[in-house]
Ligand binder design. Structure first.
Ligand SMILES: [Zn+2]
Length: 373
C-alpha cells in the first residue's frame, strides 16, 4: 500500500496542483488503474473512489489482491478549481477550451513507426514490449499547457495497465458503460458486475477519450500486422454513473462493490462477489444512439421517464415556448423507436441542444460521432 502526492508542473507562478495516487496490491504482475473526476463537474465517481479506497485498503491488508491497483480519487484538480460564481465548470479547460477527456490519444503514426517492427511470436513478450513502448512514448510527449501535463501525468501511471476504468457521469441518465467494440466479453462482464444494462460499444480507431487512448494502440498494431500479436491487451471502459445529481453513499457503495465484483470476476481479487444483479444487457454500437435535439428554444418537460421504451412519433416530452404571443407548447415526438436512457438536466434549452438519448437497433450516426462535445 502506498500513497503518492504528485506535483503537476506549475503552469502559472504561485500555483501548484497535485494528483493524489493510491497504490494497492503486488506490483510486477497485472495492473488495474481507476480514476474519477477527469470531467471535474461529474461528482458521483469522486464518492465511489472514496468507497473504493476504504475497501481496497482492507482487501490489501488481508492479502487478497492479486494485482496492483492504482486509484486516482480526483483526476482533475485543474478542473475542480474552475469555479464560476459558485459553480464548478469542469468539462473543458478554461485556458485552451479543450475537453478534459479528449485529445490525449497517442499518435498512431508514432506508435507504428516506433513499435510495429519489434513484435515476434511470443505474445506475452509482445505485451511487455508494447507496455514499455507506450510508456516511453508518453514520457516523450510535450506538456506545454497545463491540461497536457495533466494528461501526461495521468497516462504515465495508466498506459501500462491491463485494466483502466474511468469514472464519469451523464447529465440525467441511467447508468451505462462505454468500451471498445473489440472487447465485448470483458465489456459485458463489467456491465453485469455493475448491474448496468446499457453497453455502448465503440470503434476505438477514430476519436477517443481517456479509455480509448489505452485500447487504440493495441487495436491499431494488430490491424496493421493483420495477426494476433498480444495475449492481454489493455481493457478500458468509461463508467457513466447515472446523472450529476446521483451522489449518495448507497449508490457509491453499490458502484464500488460492482467494480470490485468485476475485478473479482477477472481473478484480480480473492473474495466472494456480492449477490449477482440480474440485468438484461442492451448492447449496441455508440453509432446506434439517437440524439434528440431541441428544434427551438424553450422549457423542456418530459412525459416519459428514463427506462421507457418509446415508439416512433410518440410524444415523450414538451417544449414550452417562451416567445409566443399566447401560451404555446410543442410536443416532442420520438424520431424512432428507442429506449430512453438520458435526458437533459437543463430545462431551458436552446435550439440544437440534446434533450434526450435513445438506445436503438439502427445506425443513427456516422461512425466516430461523439455523443457529447
Ligand atoms: Zn464525463
Amino acid at each position: 500500500m502506498a500513497f503518492e502526492k504528485i506535483k503537476l508542473p506549475t503552469a502559472s507562478v504561485g500555483n501548484q496542483a497535485y494528483i493524489y495516487l493510491h497504490r494497492f496490491g503486488p506490483s510486477g504482475g497485472k495492473k488495474v488503474y481507476i480514476q474519477a473526476g477527469l470531467h471535474a463537474d461529474e461528482h458521483p465517481g469522486l464518492l465511489v473512489a472514496q468507497h473504493l479506497l476504504r475497501h481496497l485498503q482492507q482487501l490489501d491488508q488481508q492479502g487478497l489482491l492479486n494485482a496492483e491497483i492504482v486509484l486516482v480519487p480526483f483526476a482533475n484538480p485543474i478542473g475542480l478549481r474552475q469555479r464560476s460564481f459558485g459553480h464548478v465548470i469542469g468539462r473543458c479547460d478554461w485556458h485552451t477550451g479543450q475537453n478534459f477527456n479528449r485529445n490525449m490519444a497517442i499518435n498512431t503514426d508514432q506508435v507504428m513507426a516506433t513499435l510495429a517492427d519489434c513484435f515476434g511470436d511470443d505474445l506475452a513478450e509482445n505485451d511487455h514490449l508494447m507496455r514499455a513502448g507506450l510508456k516511453h512514448l508518453v514520457r516523450q510527449r510535450t506538456d506545454d499547457f497545463e491540461i497536457n501535463s495533466l494528461h501526461k501525468t495521468l497516462l504515465l501511471h495508466s498506459i501500462d495497465a491491463h485494466y483502466v476504468l474511468d469514472l464519469h457521469c451523464d447529465d440525467v441518465a441511467l447508468p451505462h458503460v462505454f468500451y471498445g467494440v473489440h472487447q465485448p466479453e470483458k465489456g459485458a462482464a463489467l456491465a453485469n458486475a455493475m448491474g448496468f444494462a446499457i453497453c455502448l460499444e465503440e470503434d476505438v480507431t477514430g476519436t477517443v477519450a481517456f479509455d480509448g487512448t489505452h485500447t487504440q494502440p493495441w487495436v491499431n498494431i494488430e490491424k496493421h500486422l493483420n495477426r494476433q500479436v498480444f495475449s492481454q491487451p489493455c481493457f478500458a471502459a468509461t463508467l457513466e454513473l447515472r446523472g450529476t445529481r446521483d451522489v449518495s453513499p448507497a449508490l457509491a457503495e453499490q458502484d464500488c462493490l460492482g467494480i470490485l465484483d468485476f475485478l473479482t470476476h477477472e481473478s484480480l481479487i480473492d473474495r466472494q462477489p456480492t449477490a449477482q444483479k440480474s440485468v438484461e444487457l442492451k448492447r449496441l454500437g455508440v453509432d446506434q444512439v439517437k440524439m434528440v435535439r431541441a428544434s427551438t428554444s424553450g422549457i423542456v418537460t418530459y412525459r416519459a421517464k428514463l427506462g421507457d421504451t418509446l415508439t416512433v412519433n410518440e410524444p415523450f416530452a414538451d417544449l414550452v415556448l417562451l416567445d409566443s404571443p399566447t401560451t404555446k407548447s410543442v410536443p416532442i415526438l420520438a424520431p424512432c423507436n428507442g429506449y430512453l436512457f438520458s435526458t437533459t438536466g437543463h430545462y431551458f434549452t436552446t435550439k440544437g441542444d440534446t434533450i434526450a438519448m435513445l438506445a436503438t437497433n439502427e445506425l443513427q450516426n456516422k461512425a466516430g460521432t461523439q455523443l457529447a462535445f
